[in-house]
Ligand binder design. Structure first.
Ligand SMILES: C[S@@+](CC[C@H](N)C(=O)[O-])C[C@H]1O[C@@H](n2cnc3c(N)ncnc32)[C@H](O)[C@@H]1O
Length: 172
């Protein structure tokens, strides 16, 4: 590399190291994201009890990625068909099925892809509109029929958002 300007040399070096490290970094990423973390929550046992004891209790996981934590909660007793996950990247959910050797039939938790900040995905309720949070006489829509998260307002028993908030600025 004699004669190559130092800035170009550095740029090439960084780029080549990054290329060669990419598969390893991706493996590390998959390992981290496929590690169960929800059990680290101090109230985990109470959380699972809620799902096992309250009939039809809905669990909602924001930024669920491969669905690792959802799967753990289902394995511990929360009925899988009462669990809903959302993630901005739908490929993660597909990868989750491959990673855990499942299908939508063998693992019937519902996945609804979308950006949690997208108002067509979830229309938030302002403090003034709190009455909207109270369940009306209408029954909860079947999870499988949902095309957005908004109809779930007032029906969710527990929300899990693991390793999620640090991704965003405080304002967001
Ligand atoms: C660091 S991972 C955490 C995954 C998992 N909850 C865990 O604890 O291992 C963050 C996840 O949030 C998802 N995500 C990022 N921004 C999002 C958004 N605006 N709406 C929904 N999901 C989002 C990412 O695709 C990713 O799967």
């Amino acid at each position: 590399m004699r004669g190559t300007p130092i800035w170009l040399h550095s740029a090439l070096l960084i780029s080549s190291v990054r290329e060669s490290l990419l598969p390893s970094l991706m493996t590390v990423g998959v390992l981290i994201l496929s590690r169960v973390k929800v059990t680290d929550i101090p109230g985990y046992d109470r959380l699972v009890k809620l799902g096992t004891e309250r009939k039809g209790a809905i669990l909602f996981d924001v930024g669920c990625c491969f669905g690792t934590d959802i799967r753990k909660m289902a394995a511990d007793g929360w009925p899988a068909d009462s669990i809903l996950g959302t993630d901005i990247e739908p490929k993660f959910w597909e990868l989750g099925h491959r990673l855990f050797c499942s299908t939508a039939d063998t693992f019937p938790a519902v996945f609804l892809p979308g950006d949690i900040f997208d108002l067509t995905h979830l229309d938030p309720v302002s403090a003034e509109d709190r009455t909207l949070l109270h369940r009306g006489p209408t029954p909860m829509p079947p999870l499988r029929s949902l095309t957005s998260l908004s109809p779930l307002r007032g029906y969710v028993a527990a929300i899990h958002a693991g390793a999620f908030f640090h991704l965003f600025s405080e304002e967001r």
